[in-house]
Design a protein around this ligand. Structure first.
Ligand SMILES: *Cc1c(COP(=O)(O)O)cnc(C)c1O
Length: 361
């Protein structure tokens, strides 16, 4: 096998090696069919078993109450930016959003096509370096939308806000299945698979039963309607079979390792390793996010100059550490350390960063 690199890209991102190996081994003959999972009918019993197991694993790992449905939908999380307000709008009720950065902004923009949008809080005043936890909830809102982890800025809602009886809608694209979640306030949670679960092309949507009543009331295009997708078991049309299959393999491994409490601990350990290094670097590395809002998934930091940042990215690459450049909209550095990034990988990065500081400060 060719050399595997340490991939710190924000998405698509690194996947568990064991899942990739199994997919490789089964590619030409899936489940004794003599075909790959990309070639069999999505109506076959073999594929039905895949989507059923993937959904059951999500249910089990998240401890989902029975009144939630698990959907595997085509398109990315960006399609959910408009599916959500289109399905869940209620006459006379505004959509409430919290603006925490680039992804929240995109969700807000799409919602504006479907009705009045209220931004209840924003951290734009400080370049999105913190989670604005204090805000006044509008009890008349159709829902409250948050971005649980802002992938670009590197800030995360460690504890979700409590919107009372208003359903909470969560874009969990970059911290999906990285920690346990309290479902008591959640109406719907969605995430593109390609950061923390599997390949691009499928979006996991977890929707509470009563949300479907709203969706049913409207005349939606068939593919947009959550009601149709629930009734058809995510198979109104051909689903993204391969991404669902590889996600299933990753979910199996997650369960094997010990589930969400295990992975939360592992993720904290990885993130703490990097943040401690940053904080103990005598100002050579500077964390971008405020301490109380630091993301456990995307560690954003700066060096003393843009020249040094470019040098660090280049030397990292030579060492087999790729994807350390920050998003083009904000610059700086970013290490994305999702579920599939190992502690060993993060330790290798930490060693490199220590050496880089020693030889450049
Ligand atoms: C990447 C990302 C998206 C967009 O996902 P696509 O699947 O590319 O549409 C949305 N929200 C967050 C938080 C993301 O990180």
């Amino acid at each position: 096998m060719g050399k595997r690199i340490l991939n710190f890209y924000a998405g698509p991102a690194t996947l568990p090696l064991k899942a990739l190996k199994q997919a490789k081994a089964e590619l030409l003959d899936f489940s004794g069919t003599g075909m790959s999972v990309c070639e069999i009918s999505h109506r076959s019993k073999e594929f039905q078993a895949v989507i059923d197991e993937a959904s059951a694993l999500v249910r089990e790992l998240y401890g989902l109450p029975d009144n939630f449905h698990v959907l595997w939908l085509p398109g990315g999380a960006s399609t959910q930016f408009y599916h959500v307000p289109w399905n869940l709008g209620v006459e006379g009720k505004p959509f409430a959003y919290i603006n925490t950065g680039s992804w929240a902004k995109k969700a807000i923009k799409e919602a504006k096509s479907f009705g009045e949008v209220e931004v209840l809080a924003s951290s734009e005043d400080a370049s999105f370096t913190y989670i604005p936890r204090k805000f006044e909830m509008d009890p008349n809102a159709a829902y409250l939308h948050i971005t649980s982890n802002e992938t670009i800025g590197g800030i995360e809602w460690i504890k979700f806000p409590d919107p009372g009886d208003v359903p909470l809608i969560v874009d969990a694209s970059s911290d999906l299945l990285s920690h346990p979640v309290d479902w008591s306030r959640i109406g719907l949670l969605y995430a593109g698979a390609q950061k923390n679960l599997g390949p691009a092309g499928v979006t996991l949507v977890i929707v509470r039963e009563d949300m479907l009543e709203r969706a049913r009331a409207k005349d939606l295009p068939t593919m947009v309607s959550y009601v149709t997708q629930v009734e058809k078991g995510s198979m109104f049309n051909t689903p993204p079979c391969f991404p669902i299959y590889l996600s299933m393999l990753a979910l199996r491994l997650l369960k094997e390792k010990g589930g969400l409490s295990y992975i939360e601990k592992a993720n904290k350990r990885k993130a703490n390793l990097l943040y401690r290094l940053i904080d103990a670097s005598f100002g050579f590395y500077r964390g971008v996010a405020r301490r109380d809002s630091r993301s456990r998934m995307n560690v954003t930091f700066r060096l003393p100059s843009e020249e040094l940042e470019a040098k660090c990215v280049a030397e990292g690459k030579e060492r087999g550490l790729i994807g350390l450049k920050g998003h083009r909209s904000v610059g700086g550095m970013r290490a994305s350390i999702y579920n599939a990034m190992t502690l060993k990988g993060v330790k290798t990065l930490a060693e490199f960063l220590e050496e880089f500081r020693a030889s450049n400060s």
